[in-house]
Design a protein around this ligand. Structure first.
Ligand code: PRT
Ligand code: ZN
Length: 226
């Protein structure tokens, strides 16, 4: 068994959309930190709760490997990586503990403006570009649609204009990016927001009490906000 740990380590995004709101939420729970010189680690001062500042994509894996205890990440990233693990027969290693009410967006299918959209069956035989292959493939399977998933790590919205794909599956918030690329959303796959992610199982050492304390404060802070 892993050695018992007496501090809680939370992974958050180093920079990006969720970085500031995640820190603000944790601050509102009464946490404060002293930053390391490289700005990758923040040592908890008011409570033994430390932060690790990382890329959002690394957060589920850090929890799965036990490097971090909790993380703040988009549900879209958590579900995609969970789907990826399932796809290769691995056991679930993390789950959503709380929805946090910021970073809202949806994972949606979008097609060129010129398409006359009637039903999802129109996607049969088409190429769909996405950075979320596990979630898209799962959804296509539930719809019994055979389409080709084209995996791109970024700039998904220009794929149709470049002739790489016929449609896309990407995150949408205001819809301005789709419109600027002559695309229109036709189907939502997942409603997403930032979530507190943690392991499948509760902690069996002092981290359990710290996590309970943090969750109580978090629930209080979330109630005040909404
Ligand atoms: O560097 P790192 O890997 O940590 O950051 P990142 O660039 O991968 O992530 P980041 O900061 O862009 O997003 C972090 C999380 O914010 C995502 O995983 C989502 O959970 C959430 N989020 C909320 C969004 C959006 N809204 C969003 N609009 N993530 C991305 N977008 C992009 C979208 O991909 C598209 O390109 O914004 C564009 C669409 O925006 P609209 O407003 O034009 O529709
Ligand atoms: Zn990322």
């Amino acid at each position: 068994a892993a050695p018992a740990r007496d501090r809680l380590r939370i992974a958050i995004q180093k920079s990006g959309r969720l970085a500031e709101p995640a820190r603000a939420l944790l601050s509102s729970c009464g946490l404060s930190w002293r930053e390391s010189r490289d700005r990758l680690f923040c040592y908890g001062e008011t409570l033994p709760v430390d932060l690790l500042l990382v890329r959002d994509d690394d957060i589920p894996g850090l929890i799965a490997d036990g490097v971090c205890d909790l993380g703040i990440v988009g549900r879209n990233v958590l579900l995609e990586q969970d789907g990826e693990r399932r796809g290769i027969g691995r056991a679930p290693a993390f789950r959503e503990w709380r929805a946090l009410g910021f970073g809202g967006c949806r994972l949606a299918l979008a097609v060129p403006d010129g398409w006359e959209w009637r039903s999802v069956s129109q996607l049969a035989g088409k190429r769909i570009a996405t950075s979320y292959p596990a979630l898209l493939s799962q959804w296509l399977a539930t719809q019994c649609i055979d389409a080709k998933v084209v995996v791109l790590s970024g700039s998904v919205e220009i794929a149709p204009r470049l002739g790489q794909a016929d449609a896309i599956c990407d995150l949408v918030s205001s819809g301005a990016t789709l419109a600027a690329n002559q695309l229109k959303p036709v189907q939502t796959l997942i409603e997403s927001e930032a979530v507190l992610a943690g392991p499948e199982q509760a902690f069996d050492d002092v981290r359990g009490e710290l996590a309970d304390l943090l969750l109580r404060r978090l629930d209080g802070a979330l109630r005040i906000r909404h």
